[in-house]
Design a protein around this ligand. Structure first.
Ligand code: ZN
Length: 442
């Protein structure tokens, strides 16, 4: 007999693979499916709830709700049990319906130029296992995809997982991605990825539904679902690291634009004759304010030379080629003027782009993320000052700049969320289903 995981997986496979939940939607002509979805998502997102509360929330009759709940109980996605509530004030306590988050596991993967992070989560986005390993994304497509496949198999073996546990795989990629064709717009190395559909390649390898998106979009999505932005429907997310990535959330969903290129704040044009960027232009924000640019500025004392031509660079950073962004952050904290000015210079460049974004989009919040933001105030203060100078005053006054909450888990968790969102936009998977559930997993 098929399990509910197999049934959900088959439904996802039958739809257009890799397409996100927001664009799939529900066939509202099928009222019965739609009602099932309303009830299931009400229990999943607001539960545990009594049947009477579900009826109130969904606007469905108590009879309809009860019929649907009875079907959901059979397939194991929900269970019913008395809820021990200390605040209960006597009388008959209603029996509450709970969503069973552990019915399935999802794999979330983050690909950066040099690292892979793999996690599993349950249907509630709770992380169950984590695995990281070095990766060479600048290698050929065939070799990169094979390395990814090998890492997935090692992770599953280490976590005692088999494919029957996995509902699907979400993948975050640290490069601009065409969301219509699942191809890289700007590959990370010198090899051509033209015509390589990442979703199709990975589905061929793993035989489960696969969803891909850009890393910054996914970090934005997980901050929206589980992190610092749970209470905001419209915001911008900017990560500062190896590159500078941006993601826009509109009405709780990723806003992709036409190609998937929306939110690419790293390619805002800032400096007329700045360094060459991977996108083909010169002077993009990323080339001026990513970690490498900050490290180079601090070690050469470039910003320092501008404000104090005779000043000497602090000895711990001058002319060293083995320092990284953490050395710069520590030097800034220890009072090194060259390191502080390098962080401030990057902060002003980011602030210019943030100011324009605030004027254009009037977001509720802007989330800044990455080591330079989490570990030090010099860059963040400069972003605030410059954005305040550049943004339309009324919009600026209404926007808060905050830092991300989920850290290294933000991208893989967002990747897993793509699968969860897609699964629960599918109404038909949960109706009329007589199958059994595999019980507890992992
Ligand atoms: Zn660029």
């Amino acid at each position: 007999m098929t399990t509910v995981v197999e049934r959900l997986r088959a439904e996802l496979m039958a739809r257009e693979p890799g397409k996100d939940a927001a664009s799939q939607g529900v066939d509202s002509r099928n009222l019965r499916e739609y009602n099932h979805l309303l009830v299931l998502n009400s229990v999943r997102l607001q539960g545990p709830l009594a049947r009477v509360s579900i009826a109130q929330q969904t606007g469905l009759s108590k009879t309809t709700v009860s019929t649907i709940i009875d079907q959901l109980l059979q397939n194991g996605l929900v269970s019913e049990g008395d809820f021990i509530d200390a605040a209960a004030t006597g009388g008959r306590r209603p029996i509450l319906v709970h969503f069973n988050n552990d019915t399935a596991l999802i794999m979330g993967i983050e690909i950066t130029y040099s690292t892979l992070t793999l996690i599993t989560t349950n249907l509630g986005g709770e992380v169950r296992s984590i695995y990281t390993e070095p990766f060479d994304f600048t290698s050929t497509p065939v070799s990169s995809l094979a390395m990814l496949g090998a890492a997935v198999r090692i992770f599953m073996a280490k976590s005692n997982l088999t494919w029957e546990h996995i509902l699907g795989i979400g993948v975050g990629i640290g490069a601009p991605l065409d969301s219509r064709t699942h191809t890289l717009m700007y590959p990370p190395g010198e090899y051509s990825w033209d015509g390589i559909d990442i979703v199709a390649s990975l589905m061929k390898q793993f035989q489960v539904p696969v969803y891909v998106d850009n890393n910054a979009n996914l970090a934005a999505l997980s901050e929206a679902r589980y992190g610092v932005a749970k209470d905001y429907s419209d915001f911008a997310y900017i990560s500062i690291g190896q590159g500078i990535g941006g993601g826009l959330i509109h009405d709780h969903q990723i806003y992709h634009g036409m190609l998937g290129g929306a939110g690419e704040i790293g390619h805002f044009h800032i400096a007329e004759s700045g360094p060459q960027c991977i996108c083909g232009k010169r002077g993009c924000l990323e080339t001026l304010a990513n970690n490498a640019a900050i490290v180079e500025d601090a070690s050469l004392g470039r910003s320092l030379a501008r404000v104090a031509p005779r000043a000497r660079v602090a000895p711990q950073l001058a002319d060293r080629d083995d320092i990284d962004i953490n050395d710069v952050l520590h030097a800034a904290d220890a009072g090194d003027l060259g390191a502080r000015l390098a962080l401030q210079s990057a902060g002003r460049a980011i602030g210019t782009a943030v100011g324009a974004l605030i004027t254009l989009l009037n977001p509720e919040v802007i989330i800044l993320d990455g080591a330079t933001v989490r570990m030090g105030r010099y860059l963040l203060d400069a972003v605030q000052e410059e954005a305040a100078r550049q943004a339309m005053p009324a919009n600026w006054a209404a926007t808060h700049i905050i830092t991300g909450q989920l850290g290294d888990l933000a991208v893989p968790l967002g990747a897993a969320t793509l699968v969860i969102d897609a699964a629960f936009a599918l109404a038909s998977v949960i109706s009329d289903y007589p199958g059994t559930v595999n019980g507890a997993l992992g």
